[in-house]
Design a protein around this ligand. Structure first.
Ligand code: HSE
Length: 445
C-alpha cells in the first residue's frame, strides 16, 4: 500500500501524517519487513491510527538482485546519510552485529529519531548506554524483534505483566540448539553429524558458533532479565554453556528415564538473588517446555499474580521477525504524537546475580565402572557426604564392545557447588572407567 493510499484509507479521526521510517539493512529480516508492510500495512494503520511510511533504505550492496519490490523506496548509498536525514521519525536497524550498527544507532538516537532494532548482540553489549541515550533525547529504542522472533515477549513483559513481580523466565530461546538436540534425540546420531547435516541443508546460520556455544541464548536472556528483574542490560553476568559436549547416548538414557534434553535459558528469583544461566538441561517429559521440537522456541514465564504463562512459536525467520518489527512500528505510530520517552528498564538497586556455583539444579550422572561389590556404595557415600540426595539409580547393560557397567544417577536439587565437590572426588575413584558425565535437570518451573 502506498502512503497516499494509506492516508486515504485512514479511518475518520485518525492522524494522517505518516510515521516516516528509514530502513538500514536488506537481508532476510529487512526484506521480510518490506514485504510485510506491503501486505499488512493497512491492518497496521487501522490498529495504530497512523500510516507507517517506509521512505528510504540503505544496504551494503545497492546492485544486488533482490526478489522483493523496492518500488517507491529511495536508496541511500551511505547508511550514515540515512540516519542524519531530518525528514525521518524512525530508523529501523536491521544490520545486526556491533559495528557499524552501534555507531548508526547512536547517531540516530542523538539526532532525535526513534530506533527499532532486532539486534540482540548490540543490546546485550551496549543496551544500557543506548537506552540512556534514547532517554536523554526523548526518543524510544524498541526491540521486540531482538528476542524470539514472532513471539511477543517484550510486550508481554513490559505491558502484559507490568503488575507482577516476576518469579522466573525459563525458555528454549535458540532454535538451532533445539533443532540439533531434537534431531540427536530422534535419530540417535551424534552432535557433529547432526550439525554437519543441518549446515548442508541450510538450517543453521552461515556461522552457527554463537548458537551452539550458547552466546545467542545468553544475549536474549540478558534482554529478558532486564525487563523481568530490573538487571542492567548486559550479558556478561549470564553463565553460558553450549551443546557441543552433549552425547546422544545421554539423550537416549534420559528418554528411557522419562526426561528430554533441551538447551535452556533461565532467569529465576531466589531469596539470595537471581539465577542467570543458559546451558543444556534435562526436563521431565511432562514439563510444559519439553514438548518443543525442531527449531521452535518456547518460553515459560511465571508472575506472582498471573501465574505461569507459556509462549511457543517461531523464534526466527523473515516473517516472524518482521511481525515483531511491525509491532514496534505500530506502537510508535500510535504513541509518538503524545510523547512517550523511553522509561528506564533497569532498577536503581538491581538484585544480585548469583554465581553458577550458587544455582540450584538436580543432576543426571553417568559413569562407567567396574562391575563388582561395593562400587555403588562407594559412589553413594561420596554423594551423601556432599549433601546430595539420590532420587533414582539405574544400571545399564554394557554398551557394545564395553566390559564396564554403566550406572546412571538422578539426584535431588542441590547447589552446584555440592555437585562440584562430589565430582572432584568421583573422578578419582579407581573403579571409574572414563569420565563422569553430568547434566543439570530441572524438576520445577
Ligand atoms: N540463530 C538464532 C536461533 C535465530 O537459532 O535461534 C536468531 O536469533
Amino acid at each position: 500500500m502506498s502512503p497516499q493510499e494509506a492516508r486515504a484509507r485512514a479511518a475518520p479521526g485518525t492522524a494522517t501524517v505518516p510515521l516516516r521510517v528509514g530502513l538500514l539493512g536488506l537481508g532476510t529480516v529487512g526484506g521480510g519487513v518490506v514485504e510485510l508492510l506491503h501486505r499488512n500495512g493497512e491492518l497496521l494503520l487501522r490498529r495504530s491510527g497512523r500510516p507507517v511510511q517506509l521512505v528510504c533504505v540503505s544496504a551494503r550492496d545497492a546492485t544486488k538482485p533482490r526478489a522483493l519490490s523496492l518500488d517507491g523506496l529511495e536508496f541511500v548509498p551511505e547508511a550514515r546519510r540515512l540516519v542524519e536525514r531530518p525528514d525521518l521519525d524512525v530508523v529501523l536497524e536491521l544490520i545486526g552485529g556491533l559495528e557499524p550498527a552501534e555507531t548508526l544507532v547512536r547517531a540516530a538516537l542523538a539526532s532525535g529519531k526513534h530506533v527499532v532494532t532486532a539486534n540482540k548482540a548490540l543490546l546485550a553489549a551496549r543496551g544500557g548506554e543506548l537506552l540512556a541515550l534514547a532517554r536523554q533525547n526523548g526518543v524510544r529504542l524498541a526491540f521486540e524483534a531482538a528476542v524470539c522472533g514472532g513471539m511477543p515477549l517484550i510486550k508481554l513483559l513490559r505491558e502484559g505483566l507490568a503488575g507482577n513481580r516476576l518469579e522466573s523466565i525459563i525458555g528454549i530461546v535458540n532454535g538451532t540448539c533445539n533443532y540439533i538436540l531434537s534431531a540427536m534425540e530422534e535419530q540417535g546420531t551424534d552432535f557433529a553429524e547432526v550439525l554437519k547435516a543441518a549446515r548442508a541443508q541450510g538450517y543453521t546460520e552461515a556461522d552457527p558458533t554463537a548458537d551452539i556455544q550458547g552466546l545467542d541464548a545468553a544475549q536474549k536472556l540478558a534482554v529478558l532479565a532486564t525487563l523481568g528483574f530490573g538487571l542492567p542490560l548486559r550479558d556478561d553476568k549470564v553463565h553460558t554453556e553450549g551443546i557441543a559436549e552433549v552425547e546422544s547416548v545421554d539423550l537416549r538414557y534420559a528418554r528411557e528415564l522419562g526426561y528430554r534434553l533441551r538447551h535452556l535459558a533461565i532467569a529465576r528469583r531466589r531469596p539470595e538473588g537471581i539465577e542467570l544461566r543458559t546451558h543444556p538441561a534435562l526436563l521431565p517429559e511432562q514439563h510444559p517446555l519439553a514438548d518443543t521440537h525442531g527449531a521452535m522456541n518456547a518460553v515459560l514465564l511465571r508472575g506472582d499474580a498471573a501465574g505461569p504463562i507459556l509462549l511457543r512459536g517461531a523464534g526466527a525467520g523473515a516473517s516472524p521477525t518482521a511481525s515483531a518489527v511491525l509491532a514496534d512500528l505500530g506502537d510508535l505510530a500510535a504513541t509518538v504524537p503524545h510523547g512517550h520517552p523511553e522509561a528506564p528498564l533497569d532498577a536503581t538497586d538491581p538484585p544480585r546475580v548469583l554465581t553458577a556455583t550458587e544455582t540450584l539444579s538436580a543432576y543426571y550422572l553417568r559413569m562407567q565402572v567396574e562391575d563388582r561389590p561395593g562400587v555403588l556404595a562407594g559412589i553413594s557415600g561420596i554423594l551423601s557426604e556432599a549433601g546430595i540426595s539420590i532420587e533414582a539409580v539405574s544400571q545399564k547393560e554394557p554398551l557394545q564392545g564395553e566390559r564396564h557397567a554403566t550406572i546412571l544417577f538422578i539426584t535431588r536439587e542441590v547447589p552446584e557447588q555440592h555437585m562440584d565437590a562430589a565430582r572432584a572426588r568421583l573422578v578419582k575413584l579407581p573403579i571409574l572407567h572414563g569420565a563422569v558425565t553430568w547434566l543439570r535437570l530441572l524438576h520445577t518451573d
